[in-house]
Design a protein around this ligand. Sequence first.
Ligand code: PMP
Length: 360
Amino acid sequence: MRALAASFRPYGWAPSTDEIARLAGLDPVEVLRFDGNVPPDPLPSARPGVIAQRLASVNEYPHGGYGPLVPAIARYAGVEPENVVLGAGADDLIFLVARAFAGPGDEVAIEPTPTYPLLAIAAGVAGAGIGDSAPALTFCCRPNNPSGDLPDLPAARPLAVDEAYFEYARDSAAGLLDDEVVVIRTFSKAFGLAGARIGYALASADVAAELRARQHPAPVSTLSAELALAVLADLPDVAPGLDERERVAAALRALGLEPLPSWTNFLFVPVEGARDLAARLLARGLAVRPFDDGIRLSVRDRADDDVLLDTLARELDRPSPVDAAGGRRARVVRATAETRIRVRLALDGAGRVSVATGAG
Ligand code: PMP
């Protein structure tokens, strides 16, 4: 086996929801994950029924051209179908771009720091080192994870821009495809399809063809392709999520914390003893992403975010910034072939009821 560099560190998974539930003494459905930077629910358009037709022929391979999906992505991104390369999530495309541009003896530059760890992992697996003296490829995560910042676009070329959080910032390098720029995007974030593992790269027609030549023939399942088509036909509105992000940021400031400005669906909150704080939240069934100098938390929705804010206040020994419920809570999630139902009850709260079935 070809050895990886001594400095290489593989991706490290956070504990599973089942493990957290066991640790916290909760039912798994009560665990709230603020560590994945994904929306709290699938989009209504990603209905279970969407894939029923595809299941009827799941014995067949997808056709590698991905029929209507590639033109639909091209329309959404404002490019031509020849500029689109599909992959099993942005991660698949990050690996593809790394191995297409860099190999043993090359350097890959990665901006800014710290950033999404998979960029360095992909460079390492391609056999390249990390450095910026004469890089064969520069990666830029924009907006950046974990800071949430929108860094300046590097002048270096060739450049691959990870735009996983594009929909929240609406600022793209997609106009620079003919200037040796590749853009990598995903259906995992604003489109709510992280479990489907589907993303795409945008590149000049020539670079896109070179990238496709280095892929296996059908990287995306027919089921995932169908879900992506469904969500593209009914684009998500990120505005309420952005308002909720600003509400959470203000509540964190009321707790004496200083979340960084964010162009994404998450907030980076500098805090001392971050790993210890994250461990204490985990013991209460709340998963945030710990770093040495802070925690990163995804914005979910008001009810879930209030649970986190209230628990944070308790852990920091400060007054709660929200009128939180404190009392008994219950949560039930059920999905069948036709429906997906999620019920949240605050048993001791005031009597406010909202029911949205999505059906007539
Ligand atoms: N890029 C960034 C910056 C991310 O934060 C993530 C997911 N956390 C990804 C890529 C991975 O996206 P996907 O699920 O499409 O592989």
